[in-house]
Design a protein around this ligand. Structure first.
Ligand SMILES: *[C@@H]1O[C@H](CO)[C@@H](O)[C@H](O)[C@H]1NC(C)=O
Ligand SMILES: CC(=O)N[C@H]1CO[C@H](CO)[C@@H](O)[C@@H]1O
Length: 335
């Protein structure tokens, strides 16, 4: 287990230097440093992913968790050496599970295969069925998870067959001391970054206030909408203050963001036929006169939004700490 997760961390670095092509390729306004692309503010929704680069995939782990979240359904156990679809495994017999809430046909979910004809690997009407990781395979009419077997077929809790796209906005400012100077960390002597975080209701861990990309929405819009919803809803502010804050948020999000990750997410909800993908982008208020003044409570209640110091010791949801590490390194801040 331990060696596997170390491998994964290492390969995230590899992924960072390999991925990012769909946005930066052919966009003259973007530059690349250390393999990380600075993206122009207006970028198309997951653009045409012509990139067929496949990272030396780390075996996903959460996507093989024994009990599927929110259910009593046990996945068919998949050992590390059987994750790859290329490995012949006639005995493989995944459990078929789609959550009742998904089968009820809510607006955010697809129908069962057969009841409609999805255009996989394409922009299908307003639903983007393209993967950030290139073309994925279709078997018996169903898309195959690009990172391999999960022990469960169907969609589980996910609405879409194939990729389910999310976006994670990482909004940062410099931590300031009482005299208005950048606060330097006692050990590293480096300035400390703070990011807007939310305490998750389900597990109590800190997380980036991200969310799902709506049909027809550009990723840049999702980033701003999710952030505005979370940050503004948590504020006790008058309408005029709210308007002022909304304007600052719009300005910050129309500046060039630093793309820190794009691609597959090893998520416990993933299945053989449905999986999470995300784009994580850092928007940074360098001068401190924009959203740095957002009066977020430094609270500890679930659902609470606050400015949190970026530090390697933070207990964070999923692979969010990997994203923050990249931000800290790129901005030469304490980690
Ligand atoms: C899987 O389950 C769904 C309903 O949950 C059903 O409609 C579908 O036919 C099943 N597929 C297989 C291959 O058994
Ligand atoms: C840095 C970090 O949180 N890495 C985690 C990313 O996800 C994999 C798979 O679930 C974990 O094993 C890593 O620890």
């Amino acid at each position: 287990m331990k060696s596997v997760s170390r491998k994964w961390v290492a390969s995230v670095h590899v992924a960072l230097s390999l991925i990012g092509l769909p946005f930066s390729a052919g966009t003259s306004g973007s530059c690349r440093r250390n393999g990380i692309s600075f993206i122009p503010s207006v970028f198309a929704s997951s653009s045409s992913s012509s990139s067929t680069l496949r990272m030396a995939s780390p075996a996903h782990i959460k996507a093989r968790c024994a009990v599927y979240p929110g259910s009593d359904t046990h996945r068919f156990p998949v050992p590390d050496d059987k994750v790859d679809w290329e490995t012949d495994w006639p005995q493989y017999s995944p459990v078929n599970y789609t959550a009742p809430a998904v089968l009820k046909k809510p607006v955010w979910a697809d129908l069962e295969i057969g009841a409609f004809c999805p255009q996989f690997n394409l922009l299908d009407g307003s639903v983007d069925r393209r993967s950030h990781e290139g073309q994925y395979r279709i078997q018996n009419g169903k898309p195959l998870n690009p990172h391999g077997r999960t022990g469960l077929e169907g969609r589980g809790l996910l609405g879409r067959w194939g990729p389910n796209h999310a976006a994670d906005p990482i909004v940062t400012r410099w931590k300031i001391d009482s005299s208005g100077q950048r606060f330097l960390h006692a050990d590293s002597k480096l300035p400390v970054l703070q990011f807007v975080s939310i305490k998750r209701l389900d597990c109590g861990e800190w997380a980036i206030p991200g969310g799902m990309v709506d049909p027809g929405e550009r990723i840049s819009q999702t980033l701003q909408r999710e952030f505005s919803e979370e940050a503004l809803n948590s504020l006790k502010a008058s309408d005029s203050e709210r308007e002022k804050i909304q304007k600052r948020i719009s300005e910050l999000f129309s500046s060039a963001g630093l793309q820190v990750y794009i691609g597959y997410v090893d998520d416990p909800r993933n299945t053989d036929n449905a999986w999470m993908e995300t784009v994580a982008v850092n928007f940074h208020d360098e001068s401190g006169d924009s959203v740095s003044e957002l009066p977020l409570q430094a609270g500890d209640d679930a659902g609470q939004v606050s400015w949190t110091d970026i530090d390697s010791s933070l207990a964070l949801y999923a692979n969010h700490s990997q994203f923050l590490k990249t931000v800290a390194e790129e901005r030469k801040a304490h980690w």
